[in-house]
Design a protein around this ligand. Structure first.
Ligand code: NOJ
Length: 870
């Protein structure tokens, strides 16, 4: 009962921050039971965890790790696997340390678009904005800048990029953190971001692994298990795993598990996903961490392949209890968790630390994400904590605002532009409407984790945010650029406004979403109440302006698709601009495009439908307060444009759509064979290299005795035991069904980071000529879609984006030749029987299309045949 009261208090205390996970020992298990999944979706066991270190790229780092791990005590090893507890240090999470070897507490921080809850950092555009640029160089540059800022603050692990959710559910709360509703766009965005971040020595994190497609009911509560995303094997491989595979191939150092179950097994201890898919098939060599408080079992998660528990707390946070920490010490001493599993966990963490050179001159955290004052509690979760200097206010912004502005600008997506209404002239008479043009009157960072929608929408809400160091609003920037602008920063159309024939009305509207621990205007992360509509009666504002003015430009800041049907065809709505989520440079980036200094060059990273009913019903949010939600991905591969094409539905704007102030031709396609696809399946994978071999005998119990005169911090999570000797007694443990210590045969689809390296053999190279045929300079995006032949024997979406390239700015009349490479994997389907990727021999029957959107294809090449202009 005391614990129940404790839990209630903690839940209240944490409610704005975390939903409380469940302590199964104190509730009626029938209330929180895991329901059975539909037939065919069960997650099979996969044991034991494959040890890391077998790839030559990682061998030097593993060799260094071996030197130290083989000399560590049990306490030091456990320390590195377990967070110190929630609010027990400066970062959103940190491990214990192994200072004898120079390994500090490892600091883990959000967010994917800037360092969360600190100061003097850049608030970059969000992932969805990055996706809309279709610009690989900008994706990389933003990654580098994020890494530099993290390093400057002393952050070892920056928890991004996000590739799950992929955007299956258009109302899903966190789609904006990732790059768009397509696996290749997500994959390329993630790989470029990971490479950029890690070039600075910071460890990137791919999250959330996997199937976290809605926010509501993602975590277990006292009455309900988090939902189960039920995903068939082919859909998993071809859609949801695809960006993770490319991120692993890019060398990502860590992966975060999702809160939800997949196929009836919690992601934090799903042995099939962690041991089997991630570590064996994808050859992931880094470490796997939980999402915050997502761990639900100690031994079970260790055996299933988890390497780091974050933030370390057990079922009830802030009580000094952990599933690991001293409990892991116990489980190793009594033989339940094999010593080699612990050694592998620690080796993976330490090897990753070495791989990115963090043993050399890596700064310690110089900030606290808990407070913005200079001095504060060192361990706020301890209540009685020592006080010290916690914030040194180190300015890490450098000139990153230039990257932020370039990304925000080159993402701006022009959906409609009649009579060349845009670009505007500096002396055009402008009337600007909507609070989304202005600032948050309460202060730009007044809502914790941006948990309100006031003023211009620069990002969604939740852990994926950072504070704005400043905000350049559209209002400021337009006032600066225009000699003739009048502002009405209101969402109610003013009754007294007069319209002159030459006036241009610019109407700002937005749509927000975020993470589930904050509810904004009735939306608990997902867009439950708002639906796919503009917030704050935005449709009415547009309609009111359109009834009075003959030239209306609509600017939309949005987390994802919204329905435009109420006004898109009104004769006075001339132009529509999606500016996505631009971060701190909202104003300048928009003005760059509105006034024609740059042509818009962004493209939609998702489809905009005519009505929500155009989506398959299986991608609706599931709102079911009792019993475990079974969210079965029955639409399979048919999400977003794959669905619209399959169902023959013409959306309002197709995936990839985006106009410019100029026009482009795509001509002269050619295709060359680079590596002939001589067989359906890739050549045999390389064998695994050696992994570290430790003395795996049970350590001495004394290694986890409390050190003499140790000054304990209350509630801090330690590896030590009061009576270590008592922990050595062995009992019987109910190992999961299928548990074994006999290694599995190496999966045939594996062999290197990401999978069998032959999957990345470049099969074909496609060249096209892009010419600026209009009167203004601009950048074009060439999108390459593959059409796979029916000879593969499986039903496959008609067109799938696999590559894209963006030109530099082309002057009128100027041309550029773009080359895009297609790998074996790009032309393959996942064969669920053979458990391997299967491509048509020599690409026979494959058609390759290139265009400016999925519905605007300009050239086509038949593999082994002709290339034609369309
Ligand atoms: C929960 C979020 O899902 C995750 O993305 C984030 O990194 C952690 N909280 C830590 O804030």
């Amino acid at each position: 009962m005391a614990r129940l009261i404790g839990l209630t208090i903690v839940s209240l205390f944490l409610s704005p921050v975390f939903s409380s996970p469940v302590d199964t020992s104190i509730y009626d298990p029938t209330l929180i039971r895991r329901d059975s999944v539909p037939e065919g979706y069960e997650s099979p066991p996969y044991y034991p965890a494959p040890p890391g270190g077998w790839l030559s790229d990682w061998a030097p780092a593993y060799a260094k790790a071996y030197e130290v791990v083989s000399n560590m005590t049990l306490a030091e090893k456990v320390n590195l696997t377990t967070g110190t507890g929630i609010f027990m240090g400066p970062c959103v999470g940190q491990t214990g340390s192994a200072l004898r070897f120079g390994i500090p507490s490892i600091c883990l921080m959000d967010a994917p678009l800037g360092i969360r809850n600190t100061d003097h950092n850049t608030a970059f555009p969000a992932g969805i904005t990055v996706g809309a640029t279709f610009d690989k160089d900008l994706m990389y540059a933003r990654g580098v800048a994020l890494g530099e800022e993290a390093r400057g603050k002393g952050v070892n692990v920056l928890m991004g990029p996000v590739v799950g959710p992929i955007g299956r559910k258009p109302r899903g709360g966190r789609n904006w953190e990732g790059f768009g509703a397509d696996p290749s766009l997500q994959a390329i965005g993630a790989a470029q971001t990971v490479k950029g971040m890690q070039s600075t020595g910071v460890i990137a994190t791919l999250k959330h692994f996997i199937g976290n497609e809605q926010e509501m009911y993602r975590m277990s509560s006292v009455i309900q298990r988090g939902y189960s995303s039920n995903i068939d094997d082919r859909t998993l491989h071809e859609l949801y795993l695809w960006p993770f595979a490319e991120g692993v191939r890019a060398g990502v150092g860590s992966v975060m598990t999702a809160y939800n179950d997949v196929n009836g097994s919690a992601c934090s201890q799903n042995s099939k996903l962690l041991n089997g898919v991630l570590k064996d098939e994808l050859g992931f060599q880094g470490f796997v961490m939980t999402d915050w408080l997502a761990q639900i079992g100690g031994v079970s998660s260790a055996l299933a392949g988890l390497d780091m528990a974050m933030p370390g707390d057990g079922a009830v946070p802030l009580f000094g209890d952990a599933y690991w920490g001293s409990e892991l010490s116990k489980s190793v001493l009594n033989g339940t968790v094999p010593v080699d599993r612990l050694n592998d966990m620690v080796t993976r963490i330490v090897a990753t630390w070495y791989k990115f050179g963090q043993d050399k001159d890596f700064p310690s955290p110089n900030f606290s994400s808990n407070t913005d004052t200079s001095k504060g509690l060192l361990y706020p979760g301890a209540v009685f904590s020592p006080i010290g200097v916690v914030n040194q206010f180190v300015d890490v912004q450098d000139d990153h605002k230039t990257v932020a502005r370039a990304v925000a600008r080159d993402a701006i997506t022009l959906l409609k532009n009649e009579n060349n209404t845009l670009p505007l002239k500096r002396n055009d008479s402008l009337k600007i409407f909507g609070t989304d043009a202005g600032t948050n009157p309460d202060g730009i960072n007044s809502c914790a984790d941006r948990g309100c929608n006031k003023g211009v929408l620069t990002m969604g809400w939740g852990s994926g945010t950072s504070k704005l160091p400043y905000l350049n609003t559209p209002q400021d920037a337009i006032a600066n650029a225009s000699s003739n602008a009048e502002f009405f920063i209101t969402d109610n159309f003013p009754s007294d406004v007069t319209a002159k024939p030459a006036d241009v009305a610019i109407v700002f509207i937005n749509a927000d979403s975020g993470e589930n621990y904050i509810t904004v205007e009735g939306n608990p992360g997902d867009r439950t109440v708002a639906g796919l509509h503009a917030w704050h009666n935005g449709d009415d504002l547009v309609k009111a302006a359109a009834s009075k003015f003959s030239k209306v430009v609509v600017v939309v800041h949005t987390v994802g698709p919204i329905i435009l049907e109420d006004w898109i065809d009104l004769p006075s709505v001339k132009s529509v601009v999606f500016a996505h989520l631009p971060g701190q440079e909202a104003g300048g980036s928009l003005v760059d495009v509105l006034f024609g200094d740059y042509s818009p060059s962004g493209h939609l990273p998702y489809t905009i439908p005519r009505s929500e009913s155009q989506y398959p019903s299986s991608v609706n949010l599931i709102n079911q307060p009792f019993g475990q939600i079974q969210d079965t991905f029955t639409e399979g591969l048919y999400i977003d444009y794959r669905h619209f094409q399959n169902a023959n539905i013409t959306p309002r704007y197709p995936f990839g759509h985006g106009l410019s102030y100029t026009t482009f031709n795509i001509t002269e396609p050619t295709i060359s064979v680079i590596t002939p696809l001589q067989s359906q399946y890739p050549p045999t994978r390389p064998a695994k290299g050696p992994t570290p071999t430790y003395d795996n005998s049970t350590p001495a119990a004394s290694e986890v005795a409390w050190p003499k005169d140790f000054n304990r911090v209350w509630r801090y999570l330690y590896p030590y035991l009061d009576d270590p000797a008592a922990a050595t007694s062995t009992g019987s443990y109910p190992y999961p069904a299928g548990y074994t210590t006999v290694p599995q045969p190496a999966p045939r689809a594996g062999g290197a980071e990401g999978g069998n390296p032959a999957l990345w053999d470049v099969a074909f190279s496609v060249r096209i000529k892009v010419s600026n045929t209009g009167a203004r300079p601009g950048r074009a995006v060439a999108q390459l879609y593959v059409e796979l032949p029916s000879s593969l024997g499986v039903d496959t979406p008609r067109l799938q984006l696999r590559q894209f390239e963006k030109t530099k700015t082309l002057a009128p009349g100027e041309s550029a030749v773009l080359t895009m490479e297609l790998t074996r994997k790009d032309l393959s389907v996942w064969d669920v029987e053979v458990q391997d990727w299967k491509a048509p021999v020599n690409g026979q029957g494959v058609k390759i299309w290139v265009g400016e959107s999925v519905a605007d294809l300009r050239v086509m090449c038949e593999v082994g045949g002709e290339c034609t202009d369309i």
